[in-house]
Design a binder for this molecule. Structure first.
Ligand SMILES: [Mg+2]
Length: 250
């Protein structure tokens, strides 16, 4: 197994024993939180206790609702909001850089051990990374390292815009090359598609639809879906509970 981060701390072997999904992206600002919150609401609506976790966040503005609050609300406010994201930094930069600006560093043990409260109180986990799959979370660890440590299958999110096929394929193939399992791909509309529908070939709707079809052909066995801007479900709908149990032994 190739090592991608600069080291592999002991805690990154603590694969969790309950089903769930690790929501990651091709880059930052591609719609991960929109996808994660819709997914969480759909699973909660089935009567499942969903644990929500973001190992570290940056660009966190005090008093403003961010990923932590949005995930917590979607899950029905389980435990307390602080448990959702135990480490947060103010600067809108990669977490290790944002931490350094505060004279701090990202606690690498806590990236994984922060999940512990959720393991005792949840039947299903939804973890949202920070940035893209190969973006750094700490001095030594990338999202991909932490995803491997947690051991949940990935949901790879990309923005429904030109280039989505190439960006998503690159992320999924790289994920597989380091032993990560891709359960699903979501192309997420970041903006309202003002009046243009899929009959206009250059519209976001048409690009997403063509992109989803091309990705399904290139990545057989991976579920591919689209999330419209502000929508409460995916098109097509997916069985997220089943996808969260994909990994061997779940
Ligand atoms: Mg987010």
């Amino acid at each position: 197994m190739p090592r991608i981060g600069r080291k592999k701390p002991e805690s990154v072997d603590a694969t969790v024993a309950i089903p769930g999904l690790f929501v990651t992206g091709t880059d930052t600002d591609v719609g991960k939180t929109a996808v994660a919150t819709v997914l969480v609401r759909l699973v909660v609506a089935q009567g499942i206790r969903v644990g929500v976790y973001k190992p570290v966040a940056s660009g966190v503005v005090y008093g403003q609702a961010g990923d932590k609050e949005r995930l917590w609300e979607a899950a029905g406010r389980p435990l307390d909001a602080a448990a959702v994201c135990p480490q947060a930094f103010a600067a809108p930069l990669a977490p290790p850089h944002a931490a350094r600006l505060e004279g701090r560093s990202v606690d690498e043990e806590l990236l994984l051990s922060g999940l512990d409260p959720w393991l005792k109180t949840s039947d299903f986990l939804v973890v949202e990374g920070a940035g893209g799959l190969f973006s750094p979370l700490s001095e030594n660890l990338l999202n991909a390292d932490v995803a491997r440590g947690i051991g949940l299958p990935l949901v790879v999110v990309d923005a429904a815009r030109l280039g989505c096929i190439g960006r998503t394929l690159a992320t999924c193939l790289a994920a597989r090359s380091v032993g990560l399992e891709v359960a699903a791909i979501v192309l997420s509309h970041l903006h309202e598609d003002h009046g243009a529908d899929a009959s206009t070939p250059t519209s976001a709707a048409a690009i997403a639809s063509a992109g989803a079809a091309a990705l399904a052909v290139r990545l057989p066995g991976v579920a591919v879906t689209i999330l419209g801007h502000g929508h409460g479900d995916f098109t097509p709908t997916l069985d997220w509970l089943a996808l969260g149990r994909l990994s061997a032994g779940r």
